[in-house]
Ligand binder design. Structure first.
Ligand code: ARG
Length: 268
């Protein structure tokens, strides 16, 4: 595995497209850089290869590489952003996926799809969120383009506007998720289809605890995840809890800043 990241050289809050963003709340740029460096160093410390894409000036949210698209095998489905503010990123993500050796697919028409922000694999099944950024119609299309089984989940709380803010696969049989972010039917589907679930209360999820990624048995997340240490230990994970305050001002955390992809299948 490798991880695609984008150094925050032009990161800022220049518009408001989710409830976390406020243009009058300034980003502390040196703190943002330190927080991003700590994440980068955590990945390399755990033996991951990090691939970088340069941030383009005028695209402040490009740091959130999870939103580039979703990858599986040698295929990538590139995002079609809901908001015009992020649509300028799309050609740069196409270029990045092509450079990494992927066959790139895209959404037909004007269907919105926001990549790994709203589409995460548990084992070989794709769990996809809809309700805020990704259109429900995108799910079946992505599943067909990738040739995978699909479970659609309905997001209902605007603070948890992307699936990766409230749902995180820890391994092929374990997820952490915030039930309050989903409608009852979707929360039930998660509990029924995934053998081991760690349920996260909304006050902890609000600290971006579910915006997590695992590197083997190491779970990397925001500071709020420390409050779940006991449950993670029981599930066999140790936790690296990192300050993410500057990126939370944009509505993002650890997972949003990271797009895992498989080096082996891309030849990268
Ligand atoms: N400001 C960005 C947006 O609203 C944050 C994206 C966070 N990314 C994520 N994968 N949840 O689009």
């Amino acid at each position: 595995m490798a991880i695609l990241m984008c150094r925050p050289d032009h990161f800022d809050i220049e518009y408001e497209i989710n409830p976390w963003m406020h243009v009058d709340v300034a980003v502390n740029h040196s703190a943002a850089r330190q927080q991003w460096d700590a994440l980068y160093n955590t990945f390399t410390h755990f033996g991951e290869t990090v691939e970088l894409i340069p941030q383009v000036a005028g695209l402040p949210d490009m740091v959130f590489t999870a939103n580039a698209g979703v990858v599986w095998g040698h295929n990538a489905v590139v995002s079609r952003f809901r908001h015009v503010e992020r649509q300028g990123e799309e050609p740069f993500w196409v270029e990045a996926f092509e450079r990494l050796g992927y066959t790139v697919h895209s959404m037909p028409g004007d269907i919105s799809f926001e990549g790994a922000g709203d589409a995460l694999f548990v084992g070989s099944t794709l769990f996809a969120g809809w309700g805020f950024r990704t259109d429900r119609a995108a799910h079946q299309i992505v599943a067909e383009q990738l040739g995978v089984e699909l479970v659609s989940l309905h997001l209902v709380d605007p603070r948890f506007y992307h699936l990766d803010t409230c749902f995180s696969p820890l391994n092929a049989t374990t997820v952490m998720f915030a039930p309050d972010a989903f409608d009852d039917e979707s929360a039930t589907v998660i509990r029924r289809t995934i053998p081991h679930v760690i349920e996260v209360p909304p006050e902890i999820a609000r600290g971006f605890a579910c915006n997590a990624i695992t590197v083997g048995r190491h779970l990397v997340s925001s500071l709020a995840s420390e409050r779940l240490n006991g449950q993670f230990a029981d599930a066999g994970f140790d936790v690296t809890a990192l300050p993410m305050s500057e990126f939370m001002k944009a509505g993002g955390g650890v997972r949003c800043l990271s797009l895992p992809f498989d080096v082996g299948t891309t030849g990268a």
